[in-house]
Design a protein around this ligand. Structure first.
Ligand SMILES: C[S@@+](CC[C@H](N)C(=O)[O-])C[C@H]1O[C@@H](n2cnc3c(N)ncnc32)[C@H](O)[C@@H]1O
Length: 196
């Protein structure tokens, strides 16, 4: 676990704009992200930006078998590490790719819609057009009763860039609820759970 944290910090120092956080999220945040969302009937689940796989492992505990679970990671080192993790690969398809290509990645696999999309993406580091590109595709591919879940850091969510992102969420989703903050996460964070 320490080595995952060290690798994560190393990747952050090499490319802060891509990684967007100095440490991986904790398992308490992973569980909080999915508070109240049942995955037991899910047919297709997508994770964007799995990093070292903290959310991935929580999702895997909750999905049924069979369920199509894709995790899309842009950083080649993280993608390769996840692809080598035997505890993940049985149920998860780890794709080295860009969340901005979600639509084509689903199409290549003949997947029309997704029941739940869970994001670990560093939105604050994304320029507005990239945020819009990803959110357009997420809302287009989400099933009518599906959920899009993403996290934000407590306090920081009041800054202008984070408020602009919240507005972007409101453009794409009609119902947005906020979970309680996980104070023991580093930094403390909460999740937005969004529906169409
Ligand atoms: C803040 S880290 C979160 C990692 C992990 N989910 C967690 O919470 O610890 C952001 C992750 O998103 C990945 N990422 C950044 N831009 C991406 C993109 N356009 N497509 C897919 N993954 C991306 C980074 O490589 C990194 O693994």
């Amino acid at each position: 676990m320490l080595s995952a944290k060290v690798k994560f910090l190393g990747e952050y120092l090499a490319n802060p704009g891509l990684i967007g956080a100095v440490a991986p999220s904790g398992s308490a945040l992973a569980a909080r992200m999915l508070d109240g969302i049942s995955l037991t009937q899910a047919k297709t689940v997508v994770e964007l930006g799995p990093g070292t796989g903290v959310f991935t492992r929580e999702i895997m505990k909750r999905i049924p078998d069979p369920c199509r679970f894709l995790a899309i990671e842009k950083n080649p080192l993280f993608a390769e590490e996840l692809q080598k993790s035997e505890d993940l690969t049985a149920l998860t398809e780890i794709i080295e790719g860009d969340a901005g290509d979600l639509g084509p990645l689903l199409q290549e696999r003949n997947l029309e819609e997704v029941d739940v999309v869970i994001s670990g993406l560093p939105w604050a580091a994304f320029p507005g057009p990239l945020q819009e590109q990803v959110l357009n595709q997420v809302s287009e591919k989400l099933s009518p009763k599906g959920y899009f879940v993403t996290f934000a850091y407590g306090g920081i969510h009041l800054l202008p860039k984070a408020r602009a992102f919240r507005k972007e969420l409101e453009k794409h989703f009609s119902k947005i609820s906020k979970t309680k903050t996980v104070w023991r996460n580093l930094p403390p964070a909460f999740a937005y759970q969004c529906r169409k």
